[in-house]
Ligand binder design. Structure first.
Ligand code: BG6
Length: 495
């Protein structure tokens, strides 16, 4: 079903996210006729630009991202007819933006239904929210319409700033009108974790401390910080990837079985997991959280600079570009099962996923059985080759009883020929349809900051302490002897 007719206002329209992710996703939805029948996209930012200049910048970006030959001229033209632009400064008293939205709704016979998308840095989020509270747009609800707001990460830089931002949002919007986006939840494979777990008795009955030895969750990237030095210096890998994406992933892997698939029920379960995280303090942090930074090296045949040589990065920066954490979820199901979380930039290749390591058999009968750990692992691959692999031991052909670990591999792409929407496509559609299941609720977000804040404070109090380094293009810092479990390396997923 197509969403009902509405207007989408994108704040931060001249920025990278709008051009690289939002507009291409909206174009894809348009090409597949999944957008509302009557629909307007109004881009806005401080940059002065006309409608046509904005359209041209989007057209150029679409051509660059999708390749000119893959675009149908007519389709691009009809998409562009939905796109408008209005310069806007939230500090300025005038309400030109509000008036423009009202005008576009009237002109296109669209009822008073608006989604605002904040693709802006956190510094302007509060000013925009305040503006929305005093603009004529605030009246859409009185006129029988609705409004929703989608807020991009980072949602604050710690618990305190997240609360301040949330309070300012709550002055204008109700909690159920606030959509805190985490694009990892828009990925098919992440949603599939719920189905894999709760549609299969064989996995779910073993999904606990009795059968699981430890769990690994990883998101490794070969990309560097691109041109985002300024942002990355205030974020680091912990805030950029762990506080949001990997915590949400952890919650999906560890949550209790929800009673229904209602958004609030799923979000209750997510929040419960994050509230059960064991909080590390003091020296526990040094033992359980490893940080590292990349040096120059070679990634996919290209020589790349080290982090300290990147633009907008301080020469003595101790910002982590890699982080490895050992975390525990202190509840009945997961008592003392370690969850290892890894993420980093400028690594050998892009790989993300979850590995469930099952315990070994209590008695070992066969030669070669369970070298190191158990023969049984369930690998949920997000990138590359989205899919699921189950590993188990089988007899090697020939005499004796020698065990060989084998893998049963399922590739998600082979499931059907249906078009798989990208994460942003899925989440944009959900927001337009008022489905908040895959959006982060405030209590989960606060619980996640409560875990992250003491680590960030410890690092601030101990500048550069135990900061490891790794060469760009490598598998990351050498953790031999640091932890008993070593991070998954490229060969791990290959059979
Ligand atoms: C973003 C981070 O949220 O996620 C980036 O800010 C990171 O630093 C990106 O590269 C990873 O997302 P994906 O979908 O490419 O795995």
């Amino acid at each position: 079903n197509r969403p009902e007719d509405q207007v989408l206002v994108i704040f931060g329209a001249s920025g990278d996210l709008t051009k690289r992710m939002l507009m291409p996703s909206l174009y894809e939805l348009h090409a597949r006729q999944m957008l509302p029948e009557r629909f307007v996209i109004l881009g806005t930012s401080r940059t002065p630009m006309s409608d046509d200049e904005f359209r041209l910048s989007i057209r150029v970006m679409l051509q660059e991202l999708k390749g000119e030959n893959n675009l149908k001229g007519e389709e691009v033209d009809s998409f562009m007819r939905k796109v408008y632009y209005q310069p806007f400064d939230p500090e300025n008293g005038a309400d030109e933006l509000g008036e423009r939205v009202m005008f576009l709704m009237e002109e296109n016979a669209i009822p008073m239904k608006v989604v605002y998308y904040l693709a802006t840095p956190p510094t302007s989020q509060q000013a925009i929210t305040k503006y929305l509270g005093r603009s004529c747009l605030f009246r859409v609800k009185e006129k029988g319409g609705w409004h929703r707001i989608v807020v991009e990460k980072p949602f604050g830089i710690n618990l305190e700033t997240a609360r301040t931002l949330n309070n300012s949002l709550l002055e204008v919007f109700r909690e159920n009108e606030i959509y805190r986006i985490d694009h990892f939840l828009g990925k098919e494979t992440v949603q599939n974790i719920l189905v894999l777990r709760f549609a299969n008795q064989i996995f779910e009955s073993m999904w606990n401390r009795n059968y699981i030895d430890y769990v690994e969750i990883y998101a490794l990237e070969s990309l560097g910080i691109e041109k985002r030095g300024k942002y990355y210096e205030t974020a680091g890998a912990l805030r950029d990837m762990v506080q949001n994406h990997l915590m949400q992933l952890l919650a999906f892997v560890a949550m209790e079985s929800p009673a229904t698939m209602e958004p609030e029920v799923i979000r209750d379960e997510t929040a419960k997991v994050l509230r059960s995280l064991r909080l590390w303090t003091g020296e526990d942090i040094a033992r359980n959280v490893i940080r590292a930074q990349y040096e120059g090296g070679e990634v996919k045949g290209q020589t790349v600079p080290g982090y300290l040589q990147e633009k907008d990065v301080a020469l003595d920066s101790d910002t982590e570009t890699y982080v490895a954490l050992k975390v525990f979820i202190d509840n009945w199901r997961w008592s003392n099962v370690p969850f290892y979380i890894y993420t980093g930039k400028r690594l050998k290749d892009k790989r993300s996923g979850v590995v469930i390591h099952f315990k070994s058999t209590p008695h070992k009968l066969f030669e070669g059985q369970c070298q190191g750990t158990s023969c049984n692992q369930l690998i949920i691959r997000m990138t590359p080759d989205e899919g699921v692999m189950l590993k188990f031991g089988l007899k090697m052909p020939g005499g004796g009883f020698k065990v060989q670990q084998v893998g049963m591999d399922f590739l998600y792409a082979s499931l059907c020929n249906n078009y798989l929407p990208g994460a942003y496509e899925r989440l944009l559609l959900d927001a337009m349809q008022g489905d908040s299941m895959l959006y982060t609720r405030n209590d989960a977000l606060e619980a996640s900051w409560r875990f992250i804040d003491p680590i960030e404070s410890y690092w601030r109090e101990h500048p550069g302490k135990d900061l490891l380094c790794y060469a760009a293009g490598s598998e990351g810092p050498d953790l031999t002897g640091v932890w008993d479990v070593l991070p998954p390396v490229s060969k791990e997923e290959k059979n």
